[in-house]
Design a protein around this ligand. Structure first.
Ligand SMILES: [Zn+2]
Ligand SMILES: [Zn+2]
Length: 80
């Protein structure tokens, strides 16, 4: 399994959860916050919205240049 956004196969173009504008991919959430970051409650919302399917996701951080909102995006992994 691999993440299309991490591997530049498909650019991640997240939409801002607040204003609906084009947000920017900030990379993997683990890279963004670091491996020892405290649990992020926003991520739980993102995962809940995506459903509790068994399909693995790569979690990315995204930021909106318009309103400055930081949120998480769950990218479905591609099977190899
Ligand atoms: Zn990724
Ligand atoms: Zn925004």
């Amino acid at each position: 399994m691999l993440c299309p956004a991490c591997n530049a196969f498909a650019p991640l173009t997240p939409r801002c959860v607040r204003c609906g504008g084009d947000a920017a991919d900030e990379g993997r959430l683990d890279d963004f916050y670091g491996p020892y970051a405290p649990y992020n409650p926003i991520d739980e919302l993102a995962m809940g919205a995506a459903g509790s399917s068994a399909q693995p996701h790569c979690r990315h951080a995204a930021s909106c240049p318009q309103c400055g909102t930081l949120f998480t995006v769950s990218v479905p992994l591609w099977p190899l």
